[in-house]
Design a protein around this ligand. Structure first.
Ligand SMILES: [Mg+2]
Length: 257
């Protein structure tokens, strides 16, 4: 997009001069199940090895980056086939579409920050929210790439292509920090469910942590203000109230209460 203001080309969510930006995780936050776990459990090496991999990360025996790569590399199914299977099995939060439509009508850009893969996210969102709508959303995630001498749509043909060099594969705070550093900026929200969301969440004004998931305990342990959500109707109410000036982000950060 042509712009005379260097800032807006580097910070795409500022292009429409919004009052707020809604950053969000994808798997387990917008979706009800984690699409990467689903592939690993059903098409790859299975639940037991996946859980062992998660433990290795938790106890610092392995980086998240390496463990996640091993999980996805255990999936030999052609990529197009994986997408088809995910579309048939992964469900989106039933209230996300309504929230998305309200954001679109009220100039609140939604920026998806994910440790998954962009083509998977686009396919699932297009299926459930609409193709045109997805084109307008910014998605910052990892990609997929062919293994040497193969194409992604053959058996054992694809692997993940990481977004950056961090031990997460995708450090979600990298995208948020330039916005957070501005002297004058929109209100920043973040919604997530897992540990990889914590670094990003610390940079925003109000964090929504999914009820019953790891992120809630992490926030309490590290004293990061947050509020819990069960589904996007909870988020919708709070975001709307903050945008309309009825609630402050400080008052909205009620923790589990
Ligand atoms: Mg997640």
């Amino acid at each position: 997009m042509a712009t005379t203001n260097g800032t807006s080309s580097a910070l795409p969510a500022l292009q429409t001069n919004p009052k707020a930006i809604f950053f969000t995780d994808f798997d387990g936050t917008i979706t009800l199940q984690d699409s990467n776990d689903f592939m690993t459990d059903n098409l790859g090496f299975g639940t037991a090895l996946r859980k062992k991999g998660n433990e290795d990360v938790l106890f610092d025996r392995k980086s998240f980056r390496d463990s996640f790569q091993e999980m996805l590399d255990s999936v030999q199914t052609p990529f197009a086939e994986c997408i088809k299977i995910l579309l048939a099995n992964i469900k989106l939060d039933p209230k996300f579409k309504e929230f998305h439509n309200w954001c679109a009508a009220n100039n609140v850009p939604i920026v998806v920050l994910s440790g998954g893969m962009t083509p998977v996210i686009k396919a699932l969102l297009a299926h459930l929210v609409g193709e045109k709508e997805v084109e307008a959303m910014q998605i910052v995630s990892n990609d997929v790439q062919a293994r040497p001498g193969k194409s992604i749509n053959e058996e054992g043909g694809w692997t993940i292509k990481y977004h950056d060099d961090s031990s997460f594969g995708h450090d979600k705070s990298l995208e948020i920090k330039p916005y957070a550093a501005l002297a004058e900026r929109p209100i920043m929200f973040y919604a997530g469910d897992g540990v990889s969301d914590l670094s990003a969440a610390k940079e925003t004004d109000l964090l929504f942590a999914k009820a019953g998931r790891d992120l809630v305990q992490w926030c309490e342990r590290q004293n990061v203000p947050f509020t819990v959500f069960n589904d996007f109707s909870d988020i919708y109410k709070v975001v709307q109230s903050v945008i309309e000036g009825k609630t402050s982000v400080q008052d909205a950060a009620t923790g589990r209460g």
